[in-house]
Design a protein. Structure first.
Length: 85
C-alpha cells in the first residue's frame, strides 16, 4: 500500500505544486533545517518540466531559489551560507 501526500492533475500549475509541496521546506531550510525536494514518477510524466519549468512557467527549482534569495535579502542582522547540490 502507498500513501501519497499530494496528487495533482494535468491542469495544475507548477506554482500551485510549489506552494503545496516545497514552500514549507524552503522556510524550514531558512531556519537551519536541511531539506530535500524530489520528483518521483513514471517516465514521461513531467518530472523534469515540473522541477525546471519553462520561460513562461518557472519550475520548482527556480521558484525555490527565488524564495531563498528573496528571504535572504529581507533578513537583517543575519549571515547566510547557501550550499546547493
Amino acid at each position: 500500500a502507498y500513501q501519497l501526500d499530494n496528487v495533482f492533475d494535468p491542469s495544475c500549475r507548477t506554482k500551485d505544486v510549489y506552494e503545496r509541496t516545497t514552500r514549507g521546506i524552503i522556510e524550514s531550510v531558512l531556519g537551519g533545517i536541511n531539506g530535500t525536494c524530489f520528483a518521483y514518477g513514471q517516465t514521461s510524466s513531467g518530472k523534469t518540466h515540473t522541477m525546471q519549468g519553462s520561460a513562461d512557467e518557472p519550475g520548482i527549482i527556480p521558484l525555490a531559489v527565488h524564495d531563498v534569495f528573496d528571504s535572504i535579502d529581507r533578513s537583517e542582522g543575519r549571515e547566510f551560507l547557501v550550499r546547493v547540490s
